[in-house]
Design a binder for this molecule. Structure first.
Ligand code: OSB
Ligand code: MG
Length: 370
């Protein structure tokens, strides 16, 4: 495949309601949509970087700059025989995984469309349907949290993840258990808000039989997580700490986690996501697909990767209407039964861009190449 032209479009879309985590509040999302053109086919992907470098070091600005200055020239200059080539072509550029991932994921879409197969099939996926959960931000009160949890349970989501931070941890979890019982598949995500000094509090959470606690300690740590995992019964799941297959190998060897959240953006693309998936499967470490408040294109890539067999825990890929009044894809992402999303059978990601919605929110547009 020779990529002839790369188009970047930036859109600004309001979220239905603000999403609050231990690191900040999101009210709207800037999304860069990538279109890669080759021989009449178009491969698409969307960026997952946030507006601020509080989750990881990247932002909407840095990914644009790295793509423009370094990554897009590489794509335009090289013949690509398989999407796996892209991570090798990008490997001398350090980190900037979200910038790499959006281009690499678009190559995967282009490749699978060119071969008239679904992205799921191209990736080696086996599930025809995936179970999905929902991530709930820090709410204004326990009462409000219980209302929101109740709504998503009614919608049938198969996992409820709640964000926690110091001062908003044991109480909200306890309240959910008291109101909805212990059968609810419940987990907490701390986004690195604690240290080992909080060990007593983290031990107290064991009482609530969470399916896991996600990234309780520092964003760049695997040592303290191993110490913590040895002292609590709840499984630790790593998110922020895992950027590569090597990170996953080291964390698993050290016993820093029992579960890994795979985000395509955080690990630099679908090839890396698949490698981490395969490695975890060989070590009996279940994985699930995390989310970054994606619009429909990102959701579609997530659905495809989550069709691989070791994605055995429901991920954060809720339906489009979880965050958006209208989505940038046609059809919108919906559940076929409560908590279940069908893996599309059509070519590539199986969704097309909704040009009307994109035009409505468009803020910036640039094209590179022919
Ligand atoms: O830590 O998983 C996270 C959103 C933005 C940044 C980090 C995270 C999240 C979420 C939302 O939890 C998941 C989603 O619904 O997309
Ligand atoms: Mg997380």
């Amino acid at each position: 495949m020779k990529i002839e032209r790369v188009e970047l479009q930036e859109i600004l879309m309001p979220l239905k309601s603000p999403f609050v985590t231990s690191f900040g509040t999101q009210e709207k999302k800037v999304i860069t949509i990538v279109r890669l053109h080759s021989e009449g086919k178009v491969g698409i992907a969307e960026s997952v970087a946030l507006a601020f470098p509080f989750y990881n070091e990247e932002t909407n600005g840095t990914i644009w700059n790295i793509m423009e200055e370094f990554l897009i020239p590489i794509l335009l200059e090289n013949e690509i025989s398989h999407p796996d080539d892209v991570s090798s072509l990008f490997s001398h550029i350090r980190r900037n995984n979200m910038a790499k991932a959006v281009l690499e994921s678009a190559v995967w879409d282009l490749y699978s469309r060119t071969n008239n197969q679904s992205l799921s099939t191209a990736l080696g996926g086996s599930f025809k349907e995936i179970d999905v959960g929902v991530s709930i931000g820090i709410e204004s009160s326990i009462e409000q949290l219980l209302t929101v949890v109740g709504q998503f349970l009614n919608e049938g989501y198969k996992k409820i993840k709640v964000k926690i931070k110091p001062g908003w941890d044991v109480e909200p979890i306890k309240a959910i258990r008291e109101k909805y019982g212990y059968d609810v598949p419940l987990m907490a995500d701390a986004n690195s808000a604690y240290t080992l000094q909080d060990i007593d509090l983290l031990k107290e959470l064991d009482r609530y039989k969470l399916i896991m606690i996600e990234q309780p300690l520092a964003h760049d740590d695997i040592i303290d997580h191993a110490k913590l995992q040895a002292q609590i019964s709840t499984s630790i799941c790593l998110d922020e700490s895992i950027h590569s297959l090597e990170d996953a190998r080291k964390a698993i060897e050290l016993g820093s986690c029992k579960i890994i959240n795979i985000k395509v953006g955080r690990v630099g693309g679908l090839t890396a996501a698949k490698q981490i998936h395969d490695y975890c499967a060989s070590k009996n470490i279940p994985v699930w697909c995390g989310g970054m408040l994606e619009a429909g294109v990102g959701r579609a890539h997530n659905i495809a990767i989550a069709s691989l067999h070791n994605f055995s825990i429901p991920g954060d890929t809720s339906a489009s209407n979880r965050y958006w009044n209208e989505d940038i894809v046609l059809p919108e992402v919906t559940t076929i039964r409560p908590g279940v999303i069908e893996v599309p059978k059509g070519d590539g990601i199986g969704f097309e861009l909704n040009e009307q919605v994109i035009r409505k929110y468009l803020t910036k547009e640039v094209s590179f190449g022919a």
